[in-house]
Ligand binder design. Sequence first.
Ligand code: GA4
Length: 331
Amino acid sequence: MGVPPVVRTKKTRAVGIPTIDMSSDESVLPESIVRACEEYGIFKVVNHGVSKQVISRLEEEGNCFFAKPAAEKRQAGPASPFGYGSKNIGPNGDIGELEYLLLHTNPLAISDRSKSISNDPTKFSCVVNDYIEAVRELTCEILDLVGEGLWISDKFSFSRLIRDVQSDSLLRLNHYPPVKERDPSFKQLHQYPTGASNPVGFGEHSDPQILTILRSNDVAGLQISLHDNGLWVPVPPDPNNFYVFVGDALQALTNGRLRSVRHRALANTVKPRMSMVYFGAPPLNAWISPLPELVSAEKPNQYKPFTWAQYKKAAYSLRLGDSRLNLFKIN
Ligand code: GA4
């Protein structure tokens, strides 16, 4: 009674995902964030400074869009690469039980797209831009603390890539409608990840970018894999706070010291889940290579330099679950 439905898989384990309180003393924050990024590649951030209203207004826009008739939503698509998508993820045959809006964070791109998304495009653009601005600030604040914690001489090295006006950062709204399993043929028609009792909403992958900031409603489904051992750890939903994920580009920039985390979302059988995800990325022409402070005789350079455009090209030529960073590994 009153207990929220929990997505359970056969092979999950309760693990305490670290929580970072952004209002903690500045003398402890850099070290705790770095530790969380090294050990988990994910942490929850509380007292994050993003206003409740900014979050709820975007949530309302998302709900309003996904409630529209399918034919209307399709007018905002296909998502190749930006716009409305349903079930298809990326160009190489990946599918999931979701629909989504994938937007570039450039304000001009947003104002252009919003015409096919909302009946009030000016309001939609405003709400989306406010959200992006707020989560970008949070992302940069976190990255500067990472820079400090890693003793990088220029602690703004990471955040500068995201603050760049040419940054290729994205915003994604994912809507996972509840899947009805009553039909006995259901299991044959839908993909179930190994060991999972719910169908896959968004298949396992790591995020290619620098840092990801995720906010979901109060519905479970998100899981992480920590040691590539087939164990999936549920990430409890927390609508008031954000989860932060290390992306592949940050792994490369830190010479593998911080690790991007593999994650997936399972569809819920009872309630719709919606996540709002900001992906902080460099400009397309930016070079990504390990920062000199993180390369030494004991820890030689692990990755060949690549531009963000080259990395994206590699990502879009592979399947969702492939380990793209391996393509750039030395040896
Ligand atoms: C995963 C993270 C982001 O959602 C995303 C995804 C992108 C897409 O949906 O178009 C990709 C996927 C993501 C990685 C591999 C490629 C590209 C689908 C896909 C199969 C927007 C991103 O940047 O990379």
